[in-house]
Design a binder for this molecule. Structure first.
Ligand code: HAM
Length: 425
C-alpha cells in the first residue's frame, strides 16, 4: 500500500507553488513599504503558551491542538496560530526594552485538528502582522489598511471588511451579565457547546454557527451596547481613520472572534463565493496578551490571513499572473565528450546568471530539441562530435527557427550579450 499524506494537508506541486511565491513576494513587498520586519518563531511551543494565550475556553485549545509529549515528558504543541508565539518572543528577547512600537510580520504553517473541508486544512499557512507597544486607534487603522491595500493590489473582488469592538475586561463584565440575562430563558435550547459557553464565555455564543443558536441570539445585547467611554472613543476614532484612508468597512456588532485574547478592536475580511470558509483574514487588539505570557503590560494588535484562502479568492478574481520557469538556452550535447564539454559551458554560464539547462538523460537530438521547446527556451546550442572537432557550435533560434554556426570559444560571450539585450527589451 502506498503511503498517503495526512488528512487535511497538501502537496504543493510546481505549477501551483509559483502562485504561492507570487503572493509571498507581494506580502514581503508591502511589509517592507509599511515598515514591518520579519520574525520567525518555532513551529512548536510549550503547550501552556497556547493554553494561557489563546484561552482555555476556545475551540482551538479545547479541540484542535496537535499536542504531544516529547522524549523529556514535556507537553509540546504544534503552533495553531502565531500571535501567542510572537508575544512570547517579544518577552523572551526583551524587545520591550528597545524602541516601540515593534512592528513584525510572519508567514508559515499552522496546525489545527479541524474537520477538513474546502478552505479548511489541518496544516494551513498564515501571513500575520503584529504591532506591539502602541495603543492608539491609528495603529488599528494602519494594520487594517495594510490588509485592505494588499487585497486591492492583488485585485481581489467581493471584499467585505467587518469591524467591531469587543470592549475591555471592564465593559465586557457588564456585557456578560446582560447577555446571560437575555439568554437565561433560552438557555436549554442552545446547542451543547453553547450551554457550556453560557457560564464561562457567553460572548462566543454570538459566534455559534448552529442555526438554532443563531436564531435564539437574534436581538441579544452586543458588546457595542455596553462599551465604556475609553473603548467607545477608541472605536469611534478607528472608524474615522478607516474612512480617511478610504477603507470600505462595515460595523458588525455580532463579530466575535474565536480566540480569547481580543480587546477593543476585532475585525475580519470576508470574500463572497469562496465557499463555506469565507474569512480570508481575522485580527484584533490584544492589550492583555503580553502580560498573560509573563511580560510587562503591553498593548498589541495584529491579524492573520489564510494563504490558501487568499489564493482561492485570487483565483476567482482572475488569478495570479502566470510565472513559468523558463530556460534561455538549452545545451543539446550529443555523445560523451560533447556532454562533458557542454556541462563545463553550462556551469560557466550559470555562474554568470544565465537560465540554462542541459539534457540529463542522454537523449537523442530530436528528444532534446523537443524538451527545449517544452521549456520555451529562446535558443538551443547543439554540440556533437563533429562540431567539437571543428571547434564550432550550432546556435538555433527556437522562436525564428533559424540557425547559425559560431566558434565554440565565442559562444558564452555571444549568448550573454543576446540575453542582456532580451532582458532589457
Ligand atoms: P484566526 O481567525 O484563527 O486568527 O485565523 C486567521 C485566518 O487564518 C482565518 O481568517 C483564515 O483565513 C485562516 N485559517 C484559520 N484556520 C484555518 C484552517 N483550518 N484552514 C485554512 N485557513 C485557516 C488567528 O489565527 C489570530 N492569530 C489572528 C491575529 C493575529 N489576531 C491578532 N493578531
Amino acid at each position: 500500500m502506498a503511503i498517503q499524506r495526512p488528512k487535511g494537508t497538501q502537496d504543493l506541486l510546481p505549477g501551483v507553488v509559483e502562485k504561492w511565491q507570487y503572493l509571498e513576494e507581494q506580502i514581503r513587498k508591502i511589509c517592507r513599504e509599511y515598515g514591518y520586519e520579519e520574525i520567525r518563531t518555532p513551529m512548536f511551543e510549550a503547550t501552556e503558551l497556547f493554553q494561557r494565550g489563546v484561552g482555555e475556553t476556545t475551540d482551538i485549545v479545547n479541540k484542535e491542538m496537535y499536542t504531544f509529549l516529547d522524549k523529556g515528558d514535556r507537553s509540546m504543541t504544534l503552533r495553531p496560530e502565531g500571535t501567542a508565539s510572537v508575544c512570547r518572543a517579544y518577552v523572551e528577547n526583551k524587545l520591550y526594552g528597545g524602541p516601540q512600537p515593534v512592528k513584525l510580520y510572519y508567514t508559515g504553517p499552522m496546525f489545527r485538528y479541524e474537520r477538513p473541508q474546502s478552505g479548511r486544512f489541518r496544516q494551513f499557512h498564515q501571513f500575520g502582522v503584529e504591532v506591539l507597544g502602541a495603543d492608539k486607534p491609528i495603529v488599528d487603522a494602519e494594520v487594517i489598511t495594510l490588509v485592505w491595500d494588499l487585497y486591492n493590489r492583488l485585485g481581489l473582488k467581493g471584499l467585505e471588511v467587518h469591524v467591531n469592538s469587543v470592549g475591555c475586561p471592564t465593559c465586557r463584565a457588564e456585557h456578560k451579565i446582560k447577555l446571560q440575562e437575555f439568554l437565561a430563558p433560552r438557555r436549554e435550547h442552545l446547542c451543547k457547546d453553547c450551554q457550556e459557553r453560557y457560564e464561562k464565555n457567553p460572548l462566543r455564543i454570538l459566534d455559534c454557527k448552529n442555526p438554532t443558536c443563531q436564531e435564539l441570539t437574534q436581538g441579544a445585547p452586543t458588546t457595542l451596547d455596553t462599551l465604556c467611554e475609553d473603548c467607545g472613543q477608541h472605536f469611534k476614532e478607528l472608524q474615522e481613520l478607516l474612512s480617511a484612508a478610504e477603507v470600505v468597512y462595515k460595523v458588525d456588532p455580532r463579530l466575535v472572534r474565536g480566540l480569547d485574547y481580543y480587546r477593543k478592536t476585532a475585525f475580519e475580511v470576508l470574500v463572497e463565493d469562496i465557499g463555506a470558509q469565507s474569512a480570508i483574514c481575522g485580527g484584533g487588539r490584544y492589550d492583555g496578551l503580553v502580560q498573560e505570557v509573563g511580560g510587562p503590560q503591553t498593548p498589541g494588535i495584529g491579524f492573520a490571513m489564510g494563504i490558501e484562502r487568499v489564493l482561492a479568492a485570487l483565483n476567482l478574481s482572475g488569478g495570479a499572473p502566470d510565472v513559468e520557469t523558463k530556460d534561455y538556452l538549452m545545451l543539446v550535447a550529443l555523445g560523451e565528450r560533447a556532454q562533458s564539454e557542454g556541462f563545463a559551458i553550462v556551469s560557466r554560464l550559470r555562474k554568470k546568471g544565465l537560465p540554462v539547462s542541459i539534457d540529463l538523460l542522454g537523449r537523442s537530438l530530436k528528444a532534446q530539441l523537443k524538451a527545449a521547446d517544452r521549456t520555451k527556451a529562446n535558443y538551443a546550442a547543439i554540440l556533437g562530435q563533429e562540431e567539437l572537432e571543428k571547434g564550432i557550435i550550432i546556435l538555433r533560434n527556437l522562436t525564428l527557427g533559424e540557425q547559425e554556426e559560431i566558434a565554440l570559444k565565442d559562444l558564452e560571450e555571444y549568448v550573454m550579450r543576446k540575453y542582456r539585450e532580451d532582458v532589457k527589451a
